[in-house]
Write a protein that binds this ligand. Structure first.
Ligand SMILES: Nc1ncnc2c1ncn2[C@@H]1O[C@H](COP(=O)(O)OP(=O)(O)O)[C@@H](O)[C@H]1O
Ligand SMILES: [Mg+2]
Length: 360
């Protein structure tokens, strides 16, 4: 079992400082717009992922006008205390400690505290370009599989080198095919690894999404989800070989797993073009709950669920079902925000779990 017990923040976003007791299965965070509800959820997310969910950079987490920030959170992992201290120093340097010990590599912390976020803007995963869907997949699979994250990081580092080389030749007019051969060779192993893992995990995830979608939407017809990768068409070295001339001209690598997508279709057309608002919402929750399920199966315990303003997105009955399922049937902890204290309070009261209300 995983849950957060408390969190303290210092010079973090709109908070000069603050401490919250979060020792309950269900935490309702109520407050008017701009009072820091989303910021509080993001502080928890930061402790789990070593980076923000909504903020583009670490610098945005530091309170305006302040130098550096600090978060300290107490988690409980299967009965053992798991204390995270996260610092952004005045220099901008980030530091992470778990039970007092410094994390040498941030990546080693990922997956220790699995969490799933659902936020209003997450519908971008469905309607925006492929980058959003890769971000969603990578965040999920990295939590399940540490080696996935390491291989992905290796791939991205080599890809950057390759792209720099392509840019360099445009500036100097001198091509270095030998160096390119070496990079292409090095890229193959991490690319194949990530491709195979995406295939395996997506097969599981997609099954879950389809089931979840049916339950959430009550519709009999289904969206179709497919993993789409250039690597399905040819081995990666062949792809790189074929696209090299184009890459020299484009000054970037046009083929590879950094272009992969999770295609979403409805009746043979693109889901994002054909689906109604309601269907998009259903699919978003189906994706997120399938991610929750996949984490739970692979970790052996439920991830923490962070729901930002979802009362605006789900009707009361569905909301009730979701909370019942996560908190009661899956022993998971849920933190959720709302602008209406009475609405959220009523919803939490109805479930037979211990809950706590925080007013901001
Ligand atoms: N780095 C920062 N320093 C100071 N205030 C910040 C910083 N980042 C965001 N804020 C403030 O936080 C507030 C928004 O908080 P947010 O958590 O989004 O509110 P809510 O979710 O309750 O509507 C805004 O008033 C914004 O100006
Ligand atoms: Mg908010």
């Amino acid at each position: 079992m995983l849950c957060i017990k408390s969190i303290s923040v210092f010079q973090y976003k709109n908070y000069a400082q603050g401490t919250w007791d979060l020792d309950a299965k269900l935490i309702g965070i109520a407050g008017r717009n701009g009072t820091g509800k989303t910021n509080l959820l993001e502080a928890i997310y930061f402790c789990c992922f070593t980076k923000g969910y909504f903020s583009g950079s670490d610098a945005q987490l530091v309170q305006k006008g302040a130098q550096g920030m600090r978060l300290a959170a107490q988690f409980d992992k299967s009965g053992d205390p798991y204390e995270v201290t996260a610092l952004i120093r005045e220099s901008g340097k980030k530091e992470f400690r778990v039970n007092g010990a410094l994390c040498e590599r941030m990546a080693d912390h990922i997956g220790q505290l699995p969490a799933v976020v659902v936020a209003p803007d997450d519908v971008e995963i469905i309607i925006a370009g492929s980058e959003e869907r890769r971000r969603f997949m990578d965040a999920l699979f990295s939590q399940i599989d540490h080696e996935y994250l390491l291989q992905l990081m290796t791939y991205n580092r080599l890809l950057q080198q390759r792209n720099s080389l392509l840019k360099q030749q445009a500036e100097t007019g001198r091509r270095q095919p030998d160096l390119m051969d070496v990079l292409d060779q090095q890229l193959a192993a991490p690319a194949n690894f990530v491709h195979q893992k995406r295939k395996d995990y997506l097969a599981q995830l997609i099954k879950g999404v389809v089931n979840r979608y049916q339950a959430i939407s009550g519709e009999s017809y289904q969206p179709e989800l497919r993993y789409e990768s250039g690597l399905d068409k040819a081995p990666f070295p062949t792809l790189l070989q074929q696209s090299r001339e184009r890459d020299w001209l484009a000054q970037r690598t046009t083929m590879g797993i950094h272009r992969d997508d999770l295609g979403i279709y409805l009746d043979d057309g693109l889901f994002k073009q054909l689906a109604s608002q309601g269907q998009r919402k259903s699919l978003l929750f189906a994706l997120k709950m399938a991610a929750f399920d996949l984490l739970k199966v692979n970790k052996g315990f439920a991830p923490i669920l962070l729901l930002d303003d979802v009362f605006e997105k789900l009707d009361e009955g569905r909301m009730q079902n979701l909370l019942q399922e996560v908190c009661v049937e899956n022993d998971g902890q849920v933190l959720l925000t709302d602008t209406h204290p009475a609405r959220i309070n009523k919803s939490l009261e109805r479930l037979s779990v211990n809950y706590r209300m925080i007013s901001l």
